[in-house]
Design a protein around this ligand. Structure first.
Ligand code: ZN
Length: 280
């Protein structure tokens, strides 16, 4: 019984609950699955197979039901307190978001290598807030896939065109990489990215100026990486801290990475949230 979705908590924010009802009337079991964090309600929910909340058998390992059964129950995310952004002509660079709020952030990078088909349903049914830092050619080649993730609440942000390291390169080169990708992503998704992650995290002061000039409000590194279901901490605490940013990639084991990230965030007493709720 412990694996059935009914143990999950209902959305407790009244507005969110209302939105939930309007978005999910086709499948009442979905109500019990969402992570109660502030994120946009999908405008075009996808039809999905019915699940059986009364089933007592454990779902098969690797099935969507199995992944859903492993998702912890999170505390409600606090109302986001957006960051004060400097007016310096350069974007701030953050390893973690400077907040004490009990949230952490899941980010998924690149987009060209692998795009697990089950990911969209997993994100939708578990209501996982994800920020995607995409290379624009991958976004252009697989636009439908990323649009579907966007439709279930994911956010598309900027990770350059070529994924070359920017550190030490000229302003013009860096601006072309950042603005070029921003222009393309804006054309594909109808919204200009406002967040930027440099490839490999490598950057210099020119990067922060170019990112600012291309419309980025903040530039992000990360505090944990997740690969093949294992969380690797970049900080001595070995526990996810408020404001931490977990990095994973569009790779074959992304569903396992996502699950590992959720469990690590839950162990720390935090709730996953969207970066764009905090950097506006
Ligand atoms: Zn990358």
């Amino acid at each position: 019984m412990s694996a059935t979705p009914v143990r999950r908590i209902l959305a407790v924010v009244p507005l969110l609950a209302l939105l939930t009802l309007s978005a999910c009337t086709a499948n009442p079991t979905l109500h019990a699955r969402r992570i109660t964090t502030a994120q946009p309600t999908p405008s075009a929910p996808l039809p999905r197979p019915s699940t059986s909340p009364s089933a007592t058998a454990e779902p098969a390992a690797g099935s969507l039901e199995w992944y859903l059964s492993q998702v912890p129950t999170f505390p409600e995310a606090p109302p986001p307190q957006p960051m004060q952004l400097p007016a310096t002509g350069a974007a701030p660079f953050w390893h973690r978001l400077p907040t004490d709020q009990k949230v952490a952030f899941i980010t998924i990078d690149d987009g060209g290598l692998a795009r697990p088909p089950g990911l969209i349903d997993f994100i939708w049914e578990a209501r996982i807030p994800v920020t995607m830092f995409l290379n624009s050619p991958a976004a252009a080649e697989h636009t439908d896939y990323f649009r579907q993730i966007e439709a279930v609440g994911g956010i598309v942000e900027n990770h350059t065109i070529t994924h070359n390291s920017l550190a030490g390169r000229s302003y013009d080169y860096q601006k072309q990489e950042i603005c070029g990708a921003a222009d393309k992503l804006e054309g594909l998704f109808g919204k200009r990215p406002t967040l930027f992650r440099p490839p490999f995290g490598e950057h210099d002061s020119t990067t922060l100026k170019a990112a600012h000039d291309c419309g980025a409000k903040a530039v992000f590194h990360w505090t944990e990486t997740v690969h093949e279901g294992k969380v690797r901490y970049q900080t001595p605490e070995k526990v996810v801290q408020p404001g931490d940013i977990l990095l994973m990639h569009f790779r074959p084991a992304l569903m396992d990475d996502l699950l590992a990230a959720l469990k690590a965030i839950h162990r720390a007493g935090l709730t996953p949230a969207l970066l764009t709720e905090y950097v506006r």
